[in-house]
Design a protein around this ligand. Structure first.
Ligand code: AP5
Length: 206
């Protein structure tokens, strides 16, 4: 867990590869539905472009269906879910029989750094790898290192939407951090070092 731009997508990819388990980013899944023009994608777009959360009744069903698939039976890492108390309660209930959640990791980053990261972020439309124009540029300008696809700036990274996303995070998701702090399996890490420093801290916490 962590605010927009804290490095969840960057780190979850590395962590799931290290642990040899599957991963799911709700944001990436919504964007892939949008790219395929599904009904779910259309619904999600109407919220995401304004920096609002997609309603719980849509999001919870989508994630729980993914968790129930046989591919996830060996364990998995979630990026961007849960983000509301209703989502956290649904997740706890849904995985209770399988032993519950092992760990919740909260990546802490100050607001100024979040804004710096998100306003410079570029993303691959195919594999969703995030880059940064200054601190993590691709090898060839404007092209994904893995797919060669042309990188783009996410609509919700525009400055006029960004401030609202941070507000929604504080209103809806900060209480979820407190919820997991009370349930004693939350680990907090400093997300302001280099990507490698954050990865090392995350590996210790995980
Ligand atoms: P989502 O795509 O999950 O967006 P987010 O939570 O706002 O997070 P970001 O993807 O913006 O940031 P990140 O933390 O993954 O950082 P990243 O690694 O890319 O969700 C988008 C939208 O979908 C939501 O607003 C909502 O509408 C909807 N949605 C998603 N889940 C939902 C849910 N559960 N319920 C309801 N609605 C939901 O890194 C950011 C940048 O920083 C990159 O440029 C990267 O290269 C750079 N960077 C990363 N680490 C470092 C570092 N250590 N040092 C320097 N730069 C770094």
């Amino acid at each position: 867990m962590g605010p927009p731009g804290s490095g969840k997508g960057t780190q979850v990819k590395r962590l799931s590869e290290r642990l040899g388990v599957t991963r799911m980013s709700t944001g990436d899944l919504f964007r892939s539905h949008q790219a395929r023009g599904t009904e779910l994608g259309l619904v999600a777009r109407s919220y995401m472009e304004k920096g609002e959360y997609v309603p719980d009744e849509v999001t919870i069903g989508m994630v729980m269906e993914w968790i129930d698939a046989p591919e996830q039976s060996a364990g998995f890492v979630l990026d961007g879910f849960p983000r509301t108390l209703a989502q956290a309660e649904a997740l706890d209930k849904g995985v209770a029989e399988a032993g519950g959640i092992d760990r919740v990791i909260y990546i802490r980053v100050a607001r100024d750094e979040l804004i710096r990261r998100l306003t410079g972020r570029l993303v691959c439309p195919k594999c969703q790898t995030p880059y940064h124009a200054v601190s993590a540029p691709p090898t060839v300008e404007g092209e994904c290192d893995h797919c060669g696809e042309e990188l783009y700036q996410r609509e919700d990274d525009r400055p006029e939407v960004l401030g609202h996303r941070l507000k929604v995070y504080e209103r809806e998701t900060a209480p979820v951090i407190e919820y997991y702090r009370r349930s004693a399996n939350l680990k907090e890490i400093d997300g302001e070092g280099t990507t490698e420093e954050v990865e090392r801290a995350l590996n210790v916490a995980a």
